[in-house]
Structure formats: C-alpha cells, structure tokens
Write a protein that binds this ligand. Structure first.
Ligand code: SF4
Ligand code: FE
Length: 486
C-alpha cells in the first residue's frame, strides 16, 4: 500500500504510453510539454498535500476495504464527515492552485459506481460490485488517478443513442466476448484526461431498452490499445508555450485541461466491466455521479475565489483604491458570494445519506442548488473583480515589452500605481486575475459538472411540487386537509 508524492506521480505518468495529440502534434511526454505542465502540477498537489502534515487529515482517509491509509481521492465516503471533508479538502487545494486540480471527477465516478453496482447486483444477480471493489483496491494501493469519463459527443440531441445515424456518437458495446467486451465511441471534455493513469467510463444519460448497448460502465488504462486523446484548446494557451509571466498562473494554469477521448474498438476485460446492458440503472448512475460532482463546486470554486479576492485586494492596494468605500463594498460582496457557494456544498454534505451499499451520498437537490449557484456566483465574482481591476485587464502590454531594452522603461513607468509598489507586482496581479476570470476558466464554472439546464431538470424533479401545493392549499382552505392547531 503506497501513497505517491508529487514526484512519484510524475514518474508514474512517464512510464505510460498513451496516444495524445495537441495542435496537430503527437505528445510523447505530458510531464515535459509546456501545454500540460500546469495541469500535471495541479494534480501532483493532490498527492503532495495528502502527505503534508497540515493537510494530511483532510486529504487522506482510511480505506474501508483494507483499513490502510489512502489518499482521499481514492476513498469511498463512509459517513457525513467524509462528505464534509471532501468539500473542505477541495477548498484547501483550490486555495493553493487557483485552478482545477482534476482528480475529483474520478473520485466521484468511483463513488457513484460503487453504490450503483451494489444495486444492480441485488436486482439482477450480477457480480459487478465485487469486481468494482477489487478494482478499487488496486486503485487505492497504487494511488492511481482515474479520470471520470461521462459526457458523450451526443450528435443530434433530438435523437436517443440508438437512433443516431452514427452509432459511435455515444460509447457503446461493439462485441461481447467470453473474456470481455469491445467498445467504440468517444467522450468529450474529459478533465485531467491526458495526465490520468486511466479512465472510468460511465453512460451519459438515462437509457431505454433499445439503448442497452450504450448502458456500459468500465475502466481502461490510459494507454489501452485503440484509445486516442485529443487535447482541447484554452483561452491564451500559447502563453503557456511562451513561458512568460503573461500566463498569470504559470505553475497551475487556469483550468483542468480537457480532452476528447476516442475509443476505437478497445478491448475491456471482464474484471473492469461494471455495467453492461443494465439500461434501467444508467440514469441513476448519472444522477449519483452528477450529485457528487455538483457537491464539489462550492469547495473548489470557493478556494479559487479566496485566491481571486486576495488578488483583487492586493491590486486595490497597489493601485491606491483599497480605501474607497465602493471597492470595499465590492470585495465584501465577492466574499459573500464565495461563502454562499461554500455553504451550499457543506449543506448538501450534511444532508447526505447512506446508500444500501453502505457508502454515503450527498443530498441531490442541495447539490444541484450548489452547482446552479456556482454558474451565477462565479460570474458575478469575476464581474466584480473586473470592475475593481480596471481596463488594464484587457489592454496591458506583454512581459516581452516590459523586459525590452527600448520600451521597458515606459511600461515600468506607466504601469505603476502607488509609488512604493513595483509595476511588476501590479502586472503580475492583473495577469493572475486575467487567468482566473477571462475565457475558459469561467466557461468551466458554467458547464463543468453539467450545464445549468441539467441542474434545473434535477431541481424540478426533486423539488416536490405536489407537497408544496398541498401546503398552500391547506392554508388557502382549498379542499379538506387536516390543520395543525395550536
Ligand atoms: Fe475538481 Fe473543481 Fe476541477 Fe471539478 S472543477 S475536477 S470539482 S477542481
Ligand atoms: Fe469540473
């Protein structure tokens, strides 16, 4: 049983041979290429912090399968405390990275698969749960990072998986063999995909009987034959290759690093198949995974907001505006919005409950409320940050001009705010705000863990409108309902 540190995690990635493409180039080593280094660094911190004395309590856990100490990112939640600690861990890591650290998606996938495999076995007599536990023991003992691969490309949204003209628009079983299955298709927007050790694939939506070949959940190592990764572009991504301070957050980047994963007739051995054809459970698996991932967002985005508030506060001091009442008010508003999403994450954890498998699930309604608030509050936090920062956010000269022998002195002179703060401090803070709020980072808050409409659908379904109607009718004396009399 070994917990890896950051260095060992990087070394473990070097031993793998995944097929990865970025900007038309085949990438041989994700740990060395500037486009991926920030994402590798952020994920490495999930390893390092689990071993650091000040974070060990939050970032590690005791395996319920082996009793051994493990990284919390491989843990199955056993009680409310585990759910709450997950949120606190995400905030603590977000405060250090200022960016997505990716490892939560696989954690949420394994927790969802853990309870659903138990339920499938109870109803159908399969042995998926035992397989999942054995796989989990391997993940825990090697301290691996599986990504969570859920979203299919989906093609024509008005058609179900089996109605698509091209069957590969949803991941599906091509062939069933004695010792395993062959799968094809693709998963889109997969966070941390290129620097994970493997992927946990899950169906993307509820299925009907005719979609049963698409109701499939399995694990595959990142270098499984037939698997191809195509890494997505991000706002300002060429700045990563310039290695300049214009990146804003050179160490950890601004988002998780997402990729399209293509499965071209990939063989999956039986021991890594956790659902295959049980279409009635596909929707519930999606809902449990979505609940776990939406639970997270007040944690990680709360941590990121702490960094952003700090950047704006320091910048206001560097610009001489920190004492202005409207600036103080806006900073207070940013804190309010950040703590609101954090409250939501804590609340849905406290209202969690045990599944028949014995593992704990966050409250689905409150988790969806959390994420929907994130789609709004994070944008508002960014708007306030832009307001306080000023127009330089969009017009500031590059580091190349700042360092240039001819014009550097002018950049230095005119980028200065208060006289005792160097211009470079102001430039660095503005670039950090730029990285955290302009472009891809914001879109992630909107669509990561599902778009707002996905949350609205679950909120509407879980909102218990009939009960609310009865409450109103009773007071309005509509019909004949018993009254509490005091
Ligand atoms: Fe984790 Fe947040 Fe990134 Fe999702 S967006 S993987 S919850 S850090
Ligand atoms: Fe995300």
């Amino acid at each position: 049983m070994t917990q890896m540190n950051g260095k060992q995690y990087r070394e473990s990635l070097k031993k793998l041979k995944p097929v990865i493409y970025y900007m038309g180039e085949k990438i041989e080593d994700v740990t060395a290429h500037p486009a991926f280094k920030p994402h590798v660094n952020a994920a490495a911190l999930t390893y390092e912090m689990a071993l650091a004395p000040e974070f060990e309590e939050l970032c590690s856990a005791k395996s319920h399968l082996t009793g051994e100490k493990i990284n919390r990112f491989t843990h199955i939640h056993q009680n409310h405390d585990d759910l709450i600690k997950k949120v606190k861990m995400l905030r603590a890591i977000g405060q250090q990275t200022g960016s997505c650290f990716q490892r939560c998606v696989g954690l949420d996938g394994m927790n969802a698969a853990y309870s659903i495999t138990y339920d499938i076995d109870k109803k159908t007599g399969t042995n998926y749960h035992e397989r999942l536990k054995n796989w989990l023991k391997m993940i825990q003992s090697k301290d691996l990072m599986p990504s969570g691969a859920m979203t299919d490309p989906k093609g024509d949204r008005s058609l179900s998986p089996s109605q698509q003209k091209d069957p590969d628009l949803y991941v599906h079983v091509v062939e069933r063999k004695k010792d395993g299955i062959i799968v094809s298709g693709a998963k889109a927007h997969i966070t941390g995909a290129v620097n994970s050790h493997g992927h946990l694939f899950m169906p993307t939506s509820a299925m009907k009987a005719e979609d049963k070949d698409y109701a499939v959940c399995f694990y595959a190592p990142i270098d499984a034959p037939g698997m191809v990764h195509i890494f997505g572009r991000q706002s300002n991504d060429t700045r990563k290759c310039e290695c300049s301070m214009d990146q804003g957050n050179a160490e950890y980047g601004c988002v998780g690093g997402e990729a399209l994963i293509v499965l071209d007739n990939v063989f999956i051995p039986n021991e890594h198949v956790f659902m295959c054809g049980e279409w009635e459970f596909a929707g519930e698996l999606v809902e449990r995974f979505a609940t776990f991932h939406r639970q997270n967002y007040g944690g990680c985005k709360g941590g990121l907001a702490d960094v952003l508030v700090g950047a704006v506060y320091a910048l206001a001091q560097a610009q001489g505006t920190s004492k202005a009442s409207h600036v103080k008010d806006k900073i207070a508003e940013m804190i309010h919005l950040a703590e609101t999403i954090y409250c939501c994450s804590i609340a849905c954890s406290c209202q969690g409950f045990a599944q028949p498998a014995g593992s704990f699930q966050a409250d689905p309604l409150l988790a969806n409320i959390t994420k929907l608030n994130v789609t709004r509050n994070v944008y508002e936090i960014a708007r306030l940050a832009h307001d306080i920062t000023g127009g330089l956010l969009a017009t500031m000269p590059s580091e190349f001009d700042f360092r240039d022998p001819a014009v550097g002195k002018w950049v230095e002179k005119y980028m200065k705010g208060v006289s005792d703060v160097p211009a470079e401090t102001r430039i660095r803070l503005i670039r950090l705000i730029d990285a955290m709020t302009c472009g891809t980072a914001l879109a992630e808050s909107m669509h990561g863990a599902g778009s707002p409409q996905a949350q609205k659908i679950m909120i509407e379904r879980r909102g218990n409108l009939e009960r609310k109607k009865k409450l109103a009718e009773k007071l309005a004396r509509v019909g004949d309902q018993p009254f509490y009399v005091c």
